[in-house]
Design a binder for this molecule. Structure first.
Ligand SMILES: [Mg+2]
Length: 264
């Protein structure tokens, strides 16, 4: 099975494990992205990573040697902010890092990391300073104040240069177990929400014109399937290939091999 790239205009992809790993670019990723852009593809990056804002991601692309090209970046921090803003939530307890705070505040949402009265809910993202205190405060908002419970993304682990580390999903699981209550929504993939937002931002009205490239079957590929786009699995990031019930349209070794599917 293959994908006719000639039918595609929108090339969407994940970041971690696809174009970089931790703070190292995937070899050859910079030049293949330039080539894709020269060929006329519109590039969109859709990432579950909530630690940076969209601006933070732009700086990361530049610091890793990616030419500043014309691309759209949508991450779960931005997704959570627009979701909450659309629901008219404007006071939340946040477990997360600076990028999530920036996106929430950009959407006029008051953010605190200490328990206060009259908070409407909890937004939990990736937090490398996660503590028992933060979980206890979040629990109070969810249980005592009947607050809304939003998770940015479900990834249990996260690929750094040489090893896996706990991801946002690990923190969400701790809070879910403590509260005995599932999140009201998890914004990131496999939810199609971020892919839909990206396509809309890029002006794409027909998912058949888009392809989504990711390294994880249970999040990336499933989100692509949920959003009705063709999917490409790469093997440079997290391997969850035991999830045999989730099938990408095609599979390649690395993003640098993307043009080989032209001939498949
Ligand atoms: Mg990934």
């Amino acid at each position: 099975m293959g994908i006719k790239l000639s039918n595609k205009r929108y090339m969407l992809m994940d970041c971690d494990g696809v174009v970089w790993k931790g703070n190292r670019a995937i070899e050859g990723a910079q030049s293949i992205l330039e080539k894709l852009e020269q060929m006329g593809f519109k590039l969109g990056f859709v990432t579950n990573n909530s630690s940076l804002s969209r601006l933070g991601f732009k700086s990361k692309f530049e610091s890793l040697g990616f030419t500043p090209i014309n691309y759209t970046i949508i991450n779960s921090a931005y997704g959570a902010a627009i979701y909450l803003a659309n629901k008219c939530f404007n006071r939340v307890f946040m477990i997360g890092e600076q990028g999530l705070r920036e996106e929430l505040e950009l959407h006029d949402i008051y953010v605190t990391q200490e328990y206060e009265e009259q908070l409407q809910g909890v937004c939990i993202g990736w937090d490398r300073q996660l503590t028992w205190r933060k979980l206890a405060d979040a629990m109070k908002v969810i249980l005592n104040d009947n607050g809304f419970f939003v998770g940015t993304n479900p990834d249990n682990s996260f690929p750094m240069e040489n090893s896996l580390v706990p991801g946002t999903g690990a923190g969400i699981a701790a809070l879910t177990n403590a509260c005995g209550k599932e999140p009201d929504i998890i914004i990131g993939k496999p939810n199609r929400f971020l892919i839909d937002v990206t396509l809309e931002n890029m002006g794409c009205t027909d998912p058949a014109e888009a392809v989504y490239i990711g390294d994880r079957l249970s999040t990336d590929i499933l989100a692509g399937i949920n959003a009705g786009v063709d999917t490409v699995l790469v093997r440079t990031g997290i391997s969850d290939s035991h999830m045999k019930n989730i099938l990408p349209t095609v599979e390649i070794d690395s993003i640098v091999d993307i043009l080989t599917i032209l001939n498949s």
